[in-house]
Design a protein around this ligand. Structure first.
Ligand SMILES: Nc1nc2c(ncn2[C@@H]2O[C@H](COP(=O)(O)OP(=O)(O)OP(=O)(O)O)[C@@H](O)[C@H]2O)c(=O)[nH]1
Ligand SMILES: [Mg+2]
Length: 397
């Protein structure tokens, strides 16, 4: 575990001094963004001026990054379910069925880095709260490892009552098996400690005899939580290998699973009719810093193309324990929470209220229209009566 890097323990230190003698200070992790001019031989030149400006710009940029990181972390720390509701169609946060805790589900193939991601996410906050806290999720050590066996709930940050992330077992190579599992989680909810049966035979054998956490302690009844949004985790290195060796099968399984309607969050009635709902999962590409920047961009573009989503929906999470990783994680969490809240169901009584309001409005409009007709008819009849009287008088005279 590395040392602090979050905003809470950012003790500003002076960056290397320069001829411009800027007194600005930035935490060490932002220092690489500060252009330090090469040693000057004392000549006053335009070049020196340009370096001064470059340094000022770099400091400004460093400060912006630092602010962004602080705000992004604060957003997650202060978040409560319902905070991101935009109130479309005049509805207020209170008109939605808010989850007790916003639940994000991690899914992805074997070794995609789901458990590693849980630890990285936790680390972002541990830097301020408890820098020496141990990792939470058990990562798979090597290819012989079974990987995660139980579905596990991780509040984020630790002990949060507002956000939790579920680490799950790896997806199978068989899309049909994945569909069954995903459908269960998305339709019925997910429960800490549950074990998924019906994975690939080899894996199934390995997990045979393992009891779900909840069953080991009969008194422990874990809550079943409705999934509010899905984070689809993939390993960038495997994707790149599959692209380069033209192994379409790996990409195909990802594509098939990703486009499964149950993974999208939206109106369940729409999903039931097999029309894909609006909000597809956010995609996280992990790579443990084993890919170059170009390779990462290549993987991102390829995934956007195959999965049919914009690149902005794909978050590349670096492996290093630095502010870039923290920013990527915080941005991804914010994206997930905002999309989770865009799709929260509306309360039935609000729907009924809107329905009745609309019905009354329509009825009133019809009455108004009828009123106008009645008025016109009365006026017409009055005119006819007047004309009749007038013609009667004419005839009499
Ligand atoms: N894919 C990936 N693996 C990483 C990364 N960093 C480290 N690893 C190593 O890759 C292995 C797999 O990581 P896990 O996080 O256990 O993968 P998982 O998706 O939880 O795997 P399952 O539990 O089998 O589904 C571990 O040995 C990690 O230490 C990363 O950024 N991406
Ligand atoms: Mg795992």
């Amino acid at each position: 575990m590395g040392g602090g890097g979050g905003d809470g323990d950012l003790t500003p230190i002076s960056i290397p001094s320069s001829p411009s003698c800027s007194s600005e200070v930035l935490p060490p992790e932002f220092a690489e963004y500060v252009a330090v001019p090469p040693a000057s031989d004392g000549e006053e030149s335009d070049e020196c001026c340009a370096y001064d400006h470059a340094e000022e710009d770099a400091l400004h940029f460093g400060r912006q990054l630092q602010d962004h990181l602080r705000q992004a972390k604060e957003f997650i720390r202060r978040y409560k379910p319902g905070d991101c509701i935009e109130g479309a169609g005049g509805a207020k946060a209170g008109d939605y069925i808010l989850p007790e805790i916003t639940t994000l589900l991690l899914v992805g193939p074997r070794g995609a880095g789901k458990s590693t991601l849980v630890n990285r996410i936790t680390r972002v906050f541990d830097k301020d709260d408890d820098p020496f806290a141990p990792d939470r999720a058990q990562v798979s050590g090597n290819s012989k490892s079974n990987g995660t066996a139980f579905v596990r709930e991780y509040p984020v940050p630790r002990h949060s009552t507002a956000i939790c992330i579920y680490d799950t077992q790896s997806l199978s190579n068989n899309p049909q098996r994945n569909f069954k599992t995903l459908q269960k989680w998305m339709a019925k909810g997910i429960c800490h400690g549950e074990i998924v049966t019906g994975r690939d035979t080899e894996e199934g054998n390995k997990t045979k005899g393992i009891k779900p956490l909840g069953n080991q302690f009969s008194l422990l009844h874990c809550k079943t939580r409705k999934v509010n949004f899905v984070i689809f985790v993939v390993d960038g290195v495997s994707i790149l290998e599959a692209i380069e060796s033209n192994r379409r099968d790996y990409i195909e399984v990802l594509h098939e699973t990703f486009k499964h309607p149950f993974l999208s969050i939206g109106d369940m009635n729409v999903i039931m009719t097999n029309i894909t709902a609006d909000d597809k999962p956010v995609v996280v590409v992990t790579h443990g810093d084993r890919l170059s920047i170009l390779q990462r961009a290549h993987v991102q573009n390829e995934l956007a193309d195959v999965l049919g989503i914009p690149v902005q929906q794909i978050f590349d999470i670096p492996g290093a324990d630095d502010y870039q990783t923290d920013l990527a994680i915080l941005d991804m969490l914010r994206y997930s929470i905002q999309h989770a809240e865009q799709n929260l169901p509306i309360k039935l009584n609000y729907l009924l209220e809107v329905h009745w309001r609309e019905t009354f409005k329509n009825a009133a409009e019809r009455l108004m229209a009828l009123d106008a007709i009645i008025e016109a008819t009365i006026i017409f009849l009055c005119i006819v009566i007047l004309l009749l009287r007038f013609s009667d008088k004419l005839l009499q005279s």
